[in-house]
Design a protein around this ligand. Sequence first.
Ligand code: FAD
Length: 453
Amino acid sequence: MKEASIIGAGLVGSLLSIYLAKKGYAISVHERRGDMRNEEVEAGRSINLALSDRGIQALKEVGIADEVLNIGIPMHGRYIHNLDGSHAFQPYGKEGQYINSVSRRELNCKLMDLAEAHGVKLQFNQKLDHINFKKNELSFKTEQQPQTPNAKHQTVPYKLLFGADGAYSAARLSHMLQHNLFEYHQTYIDCGYKELSIPAGENGRFLLEKNALHIWPRKEYMLIALPNLDGSFTGTLFFPFKGDMSFEKLTTEETVLSFFQQTFPDIVALVPDLVKQFFSHPTSSLVTVKCFPWIRDDKFCLIGDAAHAIVPFFGQGMNAGFEDCSVLNQLMEKHSENWTEILDEFQTLRKPDADAIADLAVNNFTEMRAKTADPKFLLQKKIEAQLHEFYPDKWIPAYSQVTFSPHIRYSEALQNSQRQEEIMQEIMQKEDVANSANNRAFIDKIVKEYLEK
Ligand code: FAD
């Protein structure tokens, strides 16, 4: 019998289990937490995620995209809330292109249900403590089961093992501690985040435009909000930890209220218990993890955030993890059951892509918080949109390459976007640029000058 074990029943571990079960593997998934399908949501940890084409493609391959999309809300663009109360809508792509707001919890529960329906054995309250790579054994601390004999520690053998236990992966730590040449880089950005729930209006009415990702850009920080099926929005404040305007300064009810009144006045009106939420919800940090190697021979592989955690500003962490599953699947087909070849090619292919999306995500933080309200930036985006409209095969904006073009690798998207940015910086210096965004002759001229050389 073909067998595999997965650490972590999060988004990627659950999806991976479905892929492997479909290939005839008997799968055990070991999850640290209890079964979230039977537990209450922790306040301030409801997070919703943007699911886009790469993730959808991976869900389609195992036939579960429609079921997942049923619990999503299409978002066609960014809805910008300026400080002076004015609004602007910036479409994400061409008409018909959109991303989907999905509750992390609902998505995770659905993937676990589907995994079980495919025969996957999900085991909860099993916190990985250690992997013995010589003996091919896992050691768990089993929590919340004091009545069970030997509840404290449990050791189980594995044949093929995937570490899908997220950004602070215990599988990765064990791998690192038993590896001579393991490379590890961990970087935090200067901002943390805090969730603030924007309730629905009467009868589940959406109090903001439903089909958009809302952004309140304020240069050094920003607030975003994604819609939920019940009419509420999950807001997230990305805000510096330290400095004049920072979490460390907002320590009293008065300072919090006055900050929101000055900076996000419409939020004060929308969230009646704003101050209570601010103090009761946790402040979390945002990490990028780059590491290598991800594998050990034909027996072990890191996947998803455990291999490549990224900051959330391109909405790609989960999508990249889902794409990992799809790439692994293609390699299983290519190399049959030869796991040495499958895993080796997997990390060779995916590492440059993971590094690229990590860098793109950090860059997009600057774009979202500082530039989405800048008229020069908006003009640049308008010209890029026109270039894409008239010359779709010659110019695909970076956002569209990453979000709507799963056939373009992240590493290619990064290279293309760097070259495009150089071109756009030259174009933005042109005298006639301000009045030319809607001028077809101007767009044609740019193409001749820069793209047909
Ligand atoms: P996780 O989802 O973290 O799952 C890991 C699982 O492993 C968990 O169930 C955990 O309990 C379990 N585990 C951990 N340690 C152990 C252990 N020792 N033993 C056993 N089990 C263990 N991505 C997008 O694509 N779009 C977005 O819009 C988006 N927005 C985001 C917003 C925020 C604020 C954040 C923080 C992230 C966002 N992401 C987004 C990223 C996305 O959440 C992650 O990329 C995704 O959750 C990774 O899935 P994973 O399964 O690899 O890890």
